[in-house]
Design a protein around this ligand. Sequence first.
Ligand code: CA
Length: 218
Amino acid sequence: MLKAVLFDMDGVLFDSMPNHAYAWSHAMTQFGLEMTAYEAYLHEGRTGSGTINILAQRYWGRDATEEELERIYAAKAEVFNTLPEPKPMPGALEALTAAKELGCMIVLVTGSAQTSLLQRLEEHYPGFFRQELMVTGFDVKRGKPDPEPYLMGLQKAGIKAEEAVVVENAPLGVESAHRAGIFTIAANTGPLEDSLLKEAGADIVVPGLMDVARLFQK
Ligand code: CA
């Protein structure tokens, strides 16, 4: 019996990943860390410091200091904020509506701690999200691909893994949901190969959110 659908935000509800990928690759380059946009997609969902330290280890052979982490993350946010506002993902409203019509709770599980995007949820998807059913970057310690964010989502909804479905778009997010024991639909809205999402544990891979809506309408 399906009781809740847990939605990721970036790359699922908002078409925000092109901006994140661009901002990461440009900010990292300022610090001598080469990161392609494609690699930014591979690391999508990881915490900011986790992402920075993968590059710091590769190029500097050590973790970044707290000060470096702050400076690089601030540079990323600065580039990100110059970019046009991400648009709602085509089909996301239909997927949310279909999930709600099934009688499901809608739960948000995002690594993002970007208050602007969280505020925009209510603007674009009014009435779907409630503060007490949101897990954000402010809540979690370990972040995706650890199962912690999705386990916290189940806990907030007061349900078991088998009563939920996750909608994700990124390999690390899929891994997090899969390790939490939840049936995971991957909407492949970015440039990565479907096989990466399947290997991460996706139960179904579809091209976009309109396809997710159709799954819920059946
Ligand atoms: Ca995502």
